[in-house]
Design a protein around this ligand. Structure first.
Ligand code: ADP
Ligand code: ZN
Length: 593
């Protein structure tokens, strides 16, 4: 709807400009030399005129040089007879006049357009939040407690967040108990965490558990083209909320309005600031017995204006983290209960194979599996289907139809074998789970590693092993073909990024020591440092040294185990996808030879 009004006004302006331009470009009145009537008669007598046009009482003609003349003939002058008697060709024109209604209408269009624009503008900035067109209305979506049946059971794997929020449910269910005890219940709760971790779901579940109405709106819905609209929408939203109390007001993407006021460029955004101020005013204005709880969600808690986080506002902040292995297993099971699932599923393995997945991605994975099941006419989702769905969500759909030359295929096979073998040989690297040369998304092939345990922090050895593994692909190509390809582009990007972070963020270079060197990022209000020429050079040197060390390590692994490299490649070319067990067998075999 916002877009509708925005577009409408833009089109109106364009129409207005076009109309003005059109009027200006309209054929200019032609210029004529005026000739006295008597002179005209003389010319006719002297036979100097052979052809004229008459339009009403105006006679026009051209001379031999094309210059235009005209004269006005008096009524009843018998000029026509005169002309005809001298054999002048007379061309009589009649002006075609558009209907009076059309002319009037056309001449009024600009005013009508201006009027409409003005009307919208006034609606936009009207502080009362105009009722007629609902321009300043909140646009929040209301979910009725009777209809939505989201409960805490639907939210899995984030038990700590759930526990923290249970109190809110209690309060909404029985506010009297709390107010009589004189307890101060937080009016604002900020849920923060990566996208898709279930913040919206949690807020809905709170409403569902407490059986109260749930107003939901996104922060970006407040920010409008016209100054004042956002503020008026905030006011409207809270007014509605208070009417339905006890209830929950959920503001998604609060960072859209609540961004740190100094961040985001020097040119302040009046509209956003006004909206934010209104939000603060409303939250400060809560009475103890308003029983409205505002829940906001963001994945950029770091850029929020500190004023939002002050006591009485969003003073309760709850982290909604990405789920760990156990959490992922639980989330998968919640979503699996809605589809037909075979009994061969090893949930633990699947959960292990989806590190970093958010709840939303896991839900999406189950959905993909259901789609695959239908496409394959399978009776249930089995382990193979689930694995396929996982790969699809993780790496994009397979592109079996992609045309790959034999040579490309061979290079890819060596490249992936290089990754796999290096990872296999390095103790402490994540074990290889699967290697494939079936193209997916933009990648020609893939080596998947599975962490044995969920890691929350990484030691230098582990990260260094990662560097080696990432470089393994490129090095295998070099060793075998004595040539480099673009296929390693993404690996190289990741290597550079990881090495730079090891040096600049995690103090893993002895030369530089434990100092962070962070680039300034003014957009997000991060100061950082401007590096001196010397420091920048030192950093580059250290990054390069780290990568060189990893390169040497990986290269010696691959040259020393060339037989295994060839054997893995051969298996890949034959089967396209090989598993951990395959690699184990191949490596053991070639070691024995
Ligand atoms: P956010 O608001 O954090 O971006 P959402 O709440 O919109 O994430 O999550 C999107 C969907 O992902 C949910 O509707 C749900 O299906 C699924 N989901 C996310 N987190 C969880 C979870 N912890 N448990 C169960 N499902 C989840
Ligand atoms: Zn690679």
């Amino acid at each position: 709807m916002n877009y509708f009004y925005k577009n409408l006004s833009i089109w109106l302006i364009i129409a207005l400009v076009a109309l003005l331009v059109f009027n200006m470009l309209k054929k200019p009145a032609e210029t004529y030399h005026n000739v006295a009537f008597t002179e005209f008669l003389q010319k006719v007598d002297n036979e100097k005129l052979t052809k004229v046009s008459i339009k009403d009482d105006v006679v026009t003609w051209k001379n031999a040089d094309g210059i235009k003349f005209r004269t006005v003939i008096p009524p009843n002058s018998k000029a026509l007879d005169h002309l005809l008697s001298h054999n002048v060709t007379v061309n009589v024109e009649k002006e075609v006049k558009p209907h009076w209604f059309l002319t009037t209408f056309l001449s009024w269009i600009p005013f009508i357009l201006i009027g409409i624009l003005w009307f919208f503008y006034m609606r936009g900035s009207s502080q009362s939040g105009g009722k007629a067109m609902a321009f300043g209305k909140s646009r929040a979506q209301l979910i009725d407690p009777q209809k939505s049946k989201v409960t805490f059971d639907d939210v899995a794997g984030i038990d700590e967040a759930k526990e923290e929020l249970a109190e809110i449910v209690d309060f909404l269910k029985n506010p009297k108990k709390f107010t009589e005890a004189g307890a101060r219940i937080p009016t604002g709760v900020l849920l923060y965490g990566e996208p898709g971790t279930g913040k919206t779901l949690l807020a809905k579940a709170i409403a569902g558990e407490a059986g109260v109405p749930f107003y939901s709106i996104s922060g970006s819905n407040f920010v409008e083209m016209y100054v004042g609209v956002g503020a008026s929408r905030v006011r409207d939203l809270f007014k509605e909320g208070k009417k339905k109390a006890p209830c929950i007001i959920f503001i998604d993407e609060i960072d859209a309005v609540g961004r740190h006021r100094s961040a985001g460029g020097a040119a302040g955004n009046d509209e956003r600031e006004q909206t934010l101020n209104q939000l603060l005013v409303e939250m400060d204005g809560f009475e103890v017995n308003d029983h409205v709880i505002v829940i906001a969600a963001t994945n950029r808690q770091d850029i929020l204006d500190p004023a939002l986080l002050r006591p009485g506002r969003f003073d309760r902040q709850v982290l909604v983290p990405l789920p760990d292995v156990g959490g992922r297993e639980k989330i998968l099971k919640v979503h699996a209960s809605k589809v037909k699932i075979g009994n061969d599923i090893d949930w633990k393995t699947i959960a292990q194979g989806t590190p970093g997945f958010s709840g939303a991605q896991l839900a999406n994975m189950i959905n993909e599996a259901a789609l695959l099941m239908a496409r394959k006419n399978a009776p249930v989702i089995n382990m193979a289907i689930l694995e396929e769905a996982k790969d699809k969500v993780m790496m994009g759909a397979e592109r079996r139809s992609m045309i790959i030359t034999e040579k490309e295929k061979k290079i890819t096979a060596y490249h992936e074998s290089g990754h796999a073998l290096v990872a296999w040989m390095l103790p402490g690297a994540d074990p290889v789970h699967k290697v494939t040369i079936i193209p997916r998304g933009r990648a020609l092939g893939l080596t998947m590693q599975l962490p044995e345990i969920e890691r929350n922090s990484h030691d230098r050895t582990y990260l260094f092993n990662n560097l080696c593994t990432l470089l393994g692909g490129r090095i295998a190509e070099e060793i075998v073909f004595n040539e480099t390809t673009t296929g390693a582009g993404n690996d190289i990007e990741r290597v550079s990024d990881l090495a730079r972070r090891m040096v600049c963020e995690w103090g893993m270079s002895e030369e530089i020591g434990p100092i962070t060197y962070v680039q300034p990022d003014p957009l997000n209000g991060r100061a950082g440092q401007i590096l001196s020429e010397e420091t920048a050079q030192l950093i580059n040197k250290e990054v390069k040294r780290l990568i060189n060390d990893a390169y040497d390590r990986a290269k010696s692994i691959l040259t020393e185990n060339r037989a295994a490299l060839d054997a893995i490649t051969q298996a890949l070319l034959e089967k396209e996808t090989i598993s951990r067990e395959d690699i184990e067998r191949i490596v053991n075999n070639s070691a024995r030879k």
